[in-house]
Structure formats: structure tokens, C-alpha cells
Design a protein around this ligand. Sequence first.
Ligand SMILES: [Zn+2]
Length: 641
Amino acid sequence: MARTQDKDKDKIEISQYILHKVPREAEVTRIEYEGPMLAVYTKRPEILVDQSSVVAEIVGVIRKRIVIRPDPSVRIPEVEAEKITRELIAPEAEITDINFDPSLGEIIIETKKPGLVIGRNGAVLQEIIKKTKWRPHVLRSPPIKSKIVTHMRHYLHSESKERERILRTVGERIFRPKTYDVGDIRLTVLGGAQEVGRSCFLLKTRESSVLLDCGIHPGSNRPFESFPRFDSPEFQIDSLDAVVISHAHLDHCGLVPFLYKYGYDGPVYCSAPTSNLMTMLQLDYLDVANKQGVSPLYDQKDVRECVLHTIPLRFGVVTDIAPDIRLTLHNSGHILGGAMVHLHIGEGLHNIVYTGDYKFGRTMLLEAAATEFPRIETVITESTYSGPDDVVPSRVEAEEAITKVINQTLERKGKVLIPVPAVGRAQEIMLVIDGYMKRGMMKEAPVFIEGMISEATAIHTAYPEYLGREVRHSILHEEVNPFQSDYFTIVDHPRQRSSIMEGEPCIVLATSGMLEGGPVIEYFKNWASDERNSIVFVSYQIEGTMGRRVQKGIGEVTMMDNEGKMVALSVKMGVSTIEGFSGHSDRRQLVNYLTHLSPKPERIFVVHGEKQKTINFAGFLDNKAGINTVVPAPLETFRLL
Ligand SMILES: [Zn+2]
């Protein structure tokens, strides 16, 4: 009871301060929590937009983000608002869709050129607010149409009432008064220690509890090893404040919908591209499981709950996620939208960087991982390629190596199969193939892109601001972007496969990247026994997967045929592994990264690596850099402060 009164008191104090600061003529009608922000509803939103310094001053004092919302009573009718908005925006901006979100008072403008809609210093947006009393929300329409992006935008729009309820509840929880002084910071490993897979770390203070990643283990079939250890006594779903997702790979986000099935009603924080990619991969995971006759732990309804509860954050924006925890995401260089997670606990009490997966080096697709943070005491780092022999060749060497394999295979009239995870490596390889064929260094041949890869590619083109400089430039400013090159043919129906399999020499990019289901299996079964063909691995193969067995040179594999019977299949095709395309850092890059971190951390937890590698790597770091290292085991809890 005392807590409820306190909560009201807190909000009343903040509200009174805002009312006192805001010019009277703005006519503020109410102030509400909206997720990690405060929404100020006003009858004259244009006044606060004009006087943005007033808002900045308020934010500086209350240290909470503020969003200005027009009061429902002043918004002009939607039809009229749409007409005025279209008149205010230059035709070159190419509006593709306009929608309204009545619960938030937003006019959602989808356009090919968001910059033109925003105008110089936001001038056009200010005009829209002034004339329509709706708050404009500008979204980029991808140059390649993405079903996921479109569906998710429509779904969020149709559920805006429920979304409003969720944001309000989340806000009230974040800004509840602290019951205890901040302290007793504990880290419990629920998965992803001494293994690659099921990443999941629980961070608790006396006051709050946050989950970092929530993944599955793709190489394991036993439930006990496939999923995070939610049976840990430290984990209580009812007291969970937030889930933070570093990136969209299933070993980091595959089990998030499961939390909603078991009653979690709180937020998921991640970048906007991660939200789209994660939804795509979770739906595909359900699809693959159903096709294999396995019943997954959750269904599509739970994936939709996850979408409704996701609060996308931009890199570098500090956000309150619990009464004593602030979150900031930074680029990790691993895949589109992939983030390093920085947590600031208490007022300067303790700072954690959870790296997720990262690449400390530029790739064609992304910039290198961020190294500068305001403060760091504890780092939790991945160590996938941390073994002494894990030396990844340079990009140029990797590009030359794949060109050589492809040329040799095509010359002997063979076909090239490249299993790729839909997100990241696929787009990287597409850029390489397009570039080398254009320059005449790779033999020209048709390149077939299987369905989900093209969907993931479309999502990449929706977020050029997250991509590396050159790709971003070509998506924003060139007529034909490299992902839409003439060399590529998208396979959008399984019917097309048989003619590709029996046809001329060609290159196929298909999922899954580890030969665990997906269309790649069809091609593999068809092509494996012909020695003219090649399979080229360009991504990490987790122990226990079919991909790992083929990579190690197994001569015969057992697979299910079309009638569901297990048959032996001899593997005679060429098998190559090309390391340089990895989205992970190799040992040298890991060491460089961890020793270049600014400021220098006090302690490093080494996770997300095979057991022997993590132990060896931690010892090496300890000696070389003099940093206290820890190799945690699953279910272990550590007191950080
Ligand atoms: Zn990953």
C-alpha cells in the first residue's frame, strides 16, 4: 500500500514540475507513462515543438525522456489530416503509405526518402503538427518489399489499444520508487557458458531483474540442453523487469516467445532491425519444427505477443529499464541491428558490457564493434573463435578463396551450394558474388537466392542507417542497389527447385546455415553424391549439427527421404570451409577488442565458446592483459558488487 502511494507521489511531483515549466498556453491535459518515456498530452503541441529548449531543460532535470502528444480533442479528422500532410510533403519523397495511430495521436508516414519528409531541421514535420495536430512518425519503405516489415507495422497499428496498455504498465513498473538501496548485483548463467548456444544471462539487483538474451541451442535435441535453465531458483518470471536481446540469431532470441506463454507481460528491448529479423526467424523456427514433426515450445500467438511487447531502441540512446538500471545499445558489427548491451546500475554504482556476438573489424556489410563506453567494470564477452588456432584469414583472402572454389566448380560443370544463415552471412556473400562477377573475376552463372534470405535482404534495405558506409550509400543514392543485381534470381516457391537442381551449373544460397532443415537440405540430398559439385561453408558450424559432420569430411550421412524413411547418402561433392566471412572476431580480434576497451574493465566473464577454448582464452587474457577473468559454468551465480 505504501508503495502505491509513493508511486503516485513520485508521478505527481514530476507532473507538477512539468506543468510549472511548460508555457501555460500549451494547455497540457495529462501526463502518462509510455514505456521508458513520459508522454505529455497537450492541446497545442506546436508550442512545445517550437520551444524544444523548454523540453530539453525539463528532460535535463527529471532525467526521463519526454514525448509530446497531441490531445485527442484537438486532432483534425484523419481524412483531412492525410490530405494536408500529402500537400506539405514534396512529391520526390515518394509516400508509399499513410496510417494513423489514434491511441498515440500519430500519423505514420511511410516513404522512400524519409529525409525529404522531415525537412531541414524538421521544418516539414513541424508544419504537419501545426496544421493537423497529429504527431508525424516517419518510416522508410524498403526498396525491396518485406512481408515481415509490412505485417508487423500493420499488426502494431491494429493493436494500438493493447500496445498503449502495455506501454503504460511498463512505464509504471520502470518508474516505481525503489524499495531498497541499490546493491547486491548478481549474475546468473542460465545458458551459453562453456558452449555456443542458448545464450541467457540473468542480472539481478535487490530491486530488479533483467534477462540478457534468451536463445535456443540448435545442436541439441535434449530439452535439458536445448533451452536456458529456467529451473534455476534465481529465475522468477513474475519479478522479471525486462528482456534485452543483443541480436536476432536464434541462439540469442529463439525462446523469447516462450516467456509470454508463461505469463511474462513485460518489455523486450532491442534495435528496430533486430525486432523484424527476430520475428522472421522465430516464425521460421516454428515452421521448420512443424515440418519435422517436432512440437515447439510456443506458437505464433506467443510470437505476436513478443512483437507487441517489443520496444525498439536506437544505438546510443540511454533508456531507463528498471528503477535502478539504464540501458544503452551500441553497434556490435556482427549482423544487422546487432548490439552490445551497456547496463548502468544505480547512480554510477556498477557498469556492465554484455557483448553478444561481435566483429572487431569492418566487413562489406557493417562497421566494426564499438569500443568506447562511459564506464565499464564488468564485461561478458563471447569467445566463439578464441582458440589459439582460430586465425581468420583477411577479407581479401576469403574473397579470393570463395572465388577460386566457385570458378573451379563451375569449370567442371558442377553446382555450388552455399548453406548460409538467412541473416548476415547471406547478404555478405551476395555482395561479394555481385562485386566479383561484375569485375569479371568470377565466372558468371545464375545465382539462386532461397526465400527467407531474400526476405532478410529486404529488411536490410529498410535500415540503411545501420549498414556500413558504402552499402548504405549505394542503397540511398544508386538506382540499382547491389542486393537487386541482375545475377540474382529469387526462388519464392519450392516448385522452382527441381528445374534448378537438374539445370545448368549454378550457385545456390539457401538456409539453414548448419544443414539443420530448411531448403538447403533438398539441394544437398540432390547434389551430394556428384563429385563435380561443391558445398561451401562460410559460417560457424555448431558441434552436433549435420553441417559440422559434413564439414569434418564424413563420407556418408543418414537423412530422411521424401517418404519419411531414413536413407544413407554418400557425400562425394567437394567440401570447403572459408573462414574469413565470419561475423565473429577471431582470437586476435577478440584480444585487440578486449585490450582496447575504454575504460579498462575490472573483470571479464568469458562465455559463448567451446569449453576448452574459453578456459584457454581466459588464462591467456589473464596473463597478457592482467585482467581478472572468469569462466562461468551453467547455473553458477556471481556477485558483482
Ligand atoms: Zn550470432
